[in-house]
Design a protein around this ligand. Structure first.
Ligand SMILES: Nc1ncnc2c1ncn2[C@@H]1O[C@H](COP(=O)(O)OP(=O)(O)OP(=O)(O)O)[C@@H](O)[C@H]1O
Ligand SMILES: Nc1nc2c(c(=O)[nH]1)N=C(CO)CN2
Length: 175
């Protein structure tokens, strides 16, 4: 499967870490998706809509035969399976799966913008992303994402919650 994509995962309702593990399992079960790397889990202060519980966030790297649009549909199906309700914009959710990057492509359609349009202003995305790829560059630029993270104020709002142990898809599943 020739495509690589980084996905951001977040949850701030219920058993947050189980929702995140379930989402990773459901993705990895799909024939056309292979979860290659998983970041640690981070507890993060909500941004955008502040009156809601702390999130758990992670970033994963998948290898996939799907197009970016097909991958988005798969992510939205997993959100539905895990009971995501869209009541308040940026509000609380059982699970959220966003496409951060897809190969080195720039994509702009009705339903999909890649790179994710808000990823550069989100320490809850950049910290786990840089954990699994410390030298990642903003696609088609010579800008290291680490330089962007250094300038963000909300780094303090991102705290390690569960350190991953080893590499691969299931590093968060050990008890
Ligand atoms: N890169 C992307 N990843 C996921 N959804 C995207 C992306 N680009 C555009 N979208 C569109 O955004 C719409 C709203 O997504 P969602 O409700 O998950 O937003 P959110 O995750 O709460 O907010 P944010 O997009 O700021 O993280 C989706 O229906 C989807 O069509
Ligand atoms: N800490 C944190 N804040 C958020 C998050 C998130 O995943 N983590 N997701 C949002 C909408 O996608 C809005 N705000």
């Amino acid at each position: 499967m020739g495509n690589y994509s980084y996905l951001s995962i977040g949850s701030n309702i219920g058993d947050r870490s189980t929702y995140i593990k379930e989402a990773i399992l459901l993705l990895d079960e799909i024939k056309e998706v292979n979860v290659v790397q998983t970041s640690s889990l981070y507890e993060t202060a909500p941004v955008g809509y502040l009156d809601q519980p702390q999130f758990l966030n992670a970033v994963i790297l998948v290898n996939t035969g799907f197009s970016a649009d097909e991958l988005l549909s798969v992510c939205q199906e997993i959100e539905r399976k895990l009971g995501r309700k869209r009541n308040i914009h940026w509000g609380p959710r059982t699970i959220d799966l966003d496409i951060l990057l897809y190969n080195h492509e720039n994509i702009e359609t009705e339903r999909l913008s890649v790179p994710h349009p808000r990823m550069m202003e989100r320490a809850f995305v950049l910290v786990p992303l840089l954990e699994i790829n410390p030298t990642i560059m903003l696609p088609n630029t010579d800008t290291p994402l680490n330089n962007i993270l250094e300038k963000l104020e909300d780094k303090e709002g991102v705290q390690l919650w569960k350190q991953k142990s080893g590499e691969g898809a299931y590093v968060l599943f050990e008890s």
